[in-house]
Design a protein around this ligand. Sequence first.
Ligand SMILES: *Cc1c(COP(=O)(O)O)cnc(C)c1O
Length: 355
Amino acid sequence: MTRPIQARIDAAAFRHNYLQAKSHAPRSRAWCVVKANAYGHGLLRCAESVRDIADGFALLDMAEAEALRKAGFTQPILLLEGCFDADDWSFASHQQLTAVVHEPGQIETLARAQCPKPVDVYLKINTGMNRLGVLPATADRMLEGLRASGKIRQITLMTHFADADGAGIETQLTCFRSLREAHGLPWSTANSAALLRFPEAHGDWVRPGIMLYGGSPMPETMPAAQVGLQPVMTLTSRIIATQSLQAGDQVGYSGLFIADRAMRVGVVACGYADAYPRHAPSGTPLLVDGQRTRTVGRVSMDMLVCDLSDLPQAEIGSTVTLWGAGMPADEVAASAGTVSYELFCALAARVPVIT
Ligand SMILES: *Cc1c(COP(=O)(O)O)cnc(C)c1O
């Protein structure tokens, strides 16, 4: 018998969500954002499920790009942080990858690179997020530099929104609009939040990420199910021990939970070394045998504890759903003060994945 934790990855749900994203932006092509091992879901597993329908894949590790090419994917692949040195440019040229250019140094490394074939680039404009990108005032010089290199084919303009899930994109989109109108180049701006909220930001290519994995970028105002998304990762385990507590008894490290009455709790084989956020407080929801209950006490490395007071039938061996089908990851994330992105990306190598 092995430790009972497992993550089920529902490839059909991933495909469904990609089609859903496309239906929200019917006039655009859609990068399937699969960075960080497809947000923890497995790069090839997810890519395979959309092999015949994906317009392109966006990621940032050269090794991930290479893995897709080796697996026979012929779609465009967008390198979201671009090339880090001249070798990367050569690689991008050989493998026909599309590279983001976000700072002038990348044009200098391009000059030194051996490029057998011209490379498509995305020129990234900093419209206010102040992370990656050149200021609009330097865009002209960057475009000249790229064209003068003689190694570039198609240029697309892009920007990234800081608050598409919150205050909005108005200021950033206005800043970007005048630039793209002046140059008449193809453009790409929308992450999942902008894709769902702002059709005016769709452009030639949208860049959905989290929504492909069934997470909502705005869980409070647009729950994932409401926008037609299905969970892709379902993390389950089992109860491996139970304890009967008296009023005043503590649970787990630091005694963060103290029973206010006699109650029964179950110990679940899942901890922060598996994926579960350590800072999830008592009261974070989970399912035991399909019924909703709550965590109690501090999450430890390999275990967490849940309340079985209202679940008299629950016993050692009962199935526990930490998140996924029936238990939205967005709810668990909200309780833990984080986002579903972080839960998914935290899935540890020791958790067996089944499909
Ligand atoms: C990760 C990423 C996305 C996808 O964002 P989501 O919020 O997951 O939809 C889009 N664009 C860029 C540049 C990114 O780095």
